[in-house]
Write a protein that binds this ligand. Structure first.
Ligand code: G3H
Ligand code: ZN
Length: 284
């Protein structure tokens, strides 16, 4: 069923697992992720960046595609369609109006008081439509679509507590050293801050930049209140690798369905692996 993230994340936090947000880029990503979730009996969050939505046609196309697949594939597990790194109130509103069940307002690059103000406005509109809201503080490193960071800024635990108290958000993404795209070396996540934030603000935390984080760090983050982990790059890498291998071995093949099937299988296998690692399998 198409739902917001609220209940799936609260259950995850209470029972000690994280729900994966897997970003969709096209039809095949969406097929693979929905099938993985259904097979694993796992709740799932389909992350849609503004760039990916634009690529696919727009917010309405995305909602109709997801709804159509859920009918054709008989999807019974909880599914959220979530705007990833929403850049403004207007974008969040447009996604909600098109049928998204969850949004992230990423006002983290604004001064704190402005972040509170923009986030509150999004929460007010979203909650009136039964839509969940994720907010961010600090800066996630690396680059994802148009979201480019100059560097990594760790979220301040006191500001996190203040934002949560003043906005009624459903989950919080405190940037604590994670990076979009591959890491250069081992990630250095701020677990001390994560623990402090969890103590100060009792709500599910979100970990961005899930690609390349070792299992021991995933487990530790979950034990400190992380209930949502975002993964995009790893699926892109496995899909592209499968296409390269297929085309190298089948030089004369030109039917996209032929090389997109191995890509779809690769995404599905990657997502299943993550669901097991995050502990969300059999939790639907
Ligand atoms: O918002 C999306 C994620 O944070 C994805 O990060 O591409 O490094 O897996 P990733
Ligand atoms: Zn992110």
């Amino acid at each position: 069923a198409l739902v917001s993230m609220k209940e799936m994340l609260e259950k995850g936090k209470k029972e000690g697992y994280a729900v994966g947000q897997f970003n969709i880029n096209n039809l095949e990503f969406t097929q693979a992720i929905l099938q993985a979730a259904e097979e694993e009996k796992s709740p799932v969050i389909l992350g849609v960046s503004e760039g990916a939505a634009k690529y696919m046609g727009g917010f309405t196309t995305v909602v109709h595609m997801v709804k159509g697949l859920m009918v054709d594939y008989n999807i019974t597990v909880p599914v959220a369609i979530h705007l990833d790194h929403g850049s403004s109130f207007e974008k969040c509103k447009a996604a909600i109006d098109a049928g998204f069940t969850s949004v992230m307002i990423d006002a983290s690059h604004h001064p704190f008081e402005e972040n509170v103000e923009i986030t509150s406005k999004v929460v007010e509109y979203a909650h009136a439509h039964n839509v969940s809201v994720e907010a961010e503080l600090g800066t996630v490193g690396g680059q994802e679509d148009d979201v480019i960071a100059d560097g990594v800024i760790y979220a301040d635990p006191t500001e996190c507590a203040d934002l949560v108290k003043r906005t009624a958000i459903d989950c919080l993404a405190p940037a604590l050293g994670s990076v979009h795209g591959p890491y250069k070396g081992e990630p250095n996540l701020g677990f001390k801050e994560m623990e402090e934030i969890s103590k100060l603000a009792d709500l599910p935390l979100v970990l961005h930049g899930g690609t390349g984080i070792p299992t021991k760090d995933i487990t530790r983050a979950i034990s400190l209140g992380t209930a949502k982990i975002n993964v995009n790059t790893e699926n892109q890498i496995s899909a592209t690798k499968a296409i390269r291998e297929y085309l190298a071995a089948n030089e004369h093949q030109y039917d996209p369905r032929k090389y997109l099937i191995p890509a779809r299988d690769a995404i599905k296998a990657t997502v299943i692996g993550k669901m097991r690692e995050f502990g969300s399998s059999n939790k639907a």
